[in-house]
Design a protein around this ligand. Structure first.
Ligand SMILES: [Zn+2]
Length: 287
């Protein structure tokens, strides 16, 4: 009898789409992947976390399977958010609730930093430059190229120790408070930097804070960024393969010593690059 019920239930499940996701609380500044097994009639279109939207992308290898990569902002309120998705069936879209996701405070340490005073006390000209650079970058990060170039495990930009993790609370010269929006790789002397995944070079520049910078668009709103470089070896618009050389690390921009600052953006939000790489690699290696 029990077996019969189970068989009947699995037959029912086979006809409906199914979502797989971890419902445990999530730390601010991290990311998580929601997988949906679609059917011949129904496929997921968009994932919603509160009012933020994440596109579903076909799984790189599995037929009829889709995933959305959600990001939680560092500064978001620590509360529970509604999660749901938009299901598309024969030209019609409907909202299906998936549950709630509780955001909790990540375990991020505090750092006191000293930098030269001309990088803390900005001149009106510096402020205009910083605003211009931020506006340009923000516009880029919310631009979604409607195809993902992520189809295999992501690699690190260099095989060198991490000196400062994502999320550290930072006090500059006892004055300016911010948080560390990326991860730092130690690089006392210039070291080659390689692309962590396939993509297109979306932006290169020499910024007030970031110094010589390269931003790669991996598609579907996922970007990686490489800052404080001494030399840039790629040009804007160029396609790069995973592992290809982007240039060398250095000490350009606002910096306390030479290193590579690497950034990872999902849907306009900076998340912990190391946690994001782990999340994606676990997902893509899953049987
Ligand atoms: Zn950094």
């Amino acid at each position: 009898m029990r077996t019969l019920v189970l068989v009947a239930l699995s037959a029912l499940w086979a006809m409906a789409w199914e979502a797989f996701w971890e419902k445990s609380p999530i730390a601010n500044g991290t990311s998580r992947i929601v997988v949906v097994q679609a059917t011949s009639q129904e496929r997921p279109d968009e994932l919603y976390v509160d009012n933020r939207v994440f596109a579903f992308v076909p799984h790189p290898t599995k037929p009829n399977r889709y995933y959305a990569w959600l990001s939680i902002p560092y500064d978001c309120a620590l509360e529970s958010y509604a999660v749901g998705l938009l299901i598309e069936a024969v030209g019609q879209k409907r909202y299906a609730p998936l549950g709630t996701l509780e955001v909790v405070r990540g375990n991020y340490p505090k750092e006191e930093l000293r930098v030269s005073s001309d990088k803390v006390h900005l001149t009106p000209e510096d402020i205009r430059r910083v605003e211009r650079e931020f506006a340009q970058a923000d516009k880029l990060y919310v631009t979604v190229t409607p195809q993902s170039h992520l189809d295999k495990p992501i690699v690190y930009p260099m095989q060198i120790a991490i000196t400062s993790g994502y999320g550290n609370e930072r006090v500059f010269n006892g004055l300016r408070k911010s948080y560390h929006s990326g991860v730092d790789f130690r690089a006392k002397t210039p070291q080659p930097i390689s692309a962590i995944a396939d993509g297109r070079v979306a932006l290169i520049g020499d910024r007030f804070y970031g110094g010589k910078s390269v931003i790669i668009d991996h598609g579907m709103g996922v970007y990686s960024g490489y800052f404080h470089m001494s030399r840039i070896a790629v040009h804007e618009g160029e396609w790069v393969k995973q592992g290809s050389n982007l240039g060398k690390s250095g000490a350009t921009g606002r910096i306390t010593g030479p290193h590579l600052h690497m950034m990872f953006k999902i849907a306009g939000v900076s998340v912990d690059p190391i946690q994001a790489i782990e999340v994606f690699n676990r997902f893509v290696k899953e049987e």
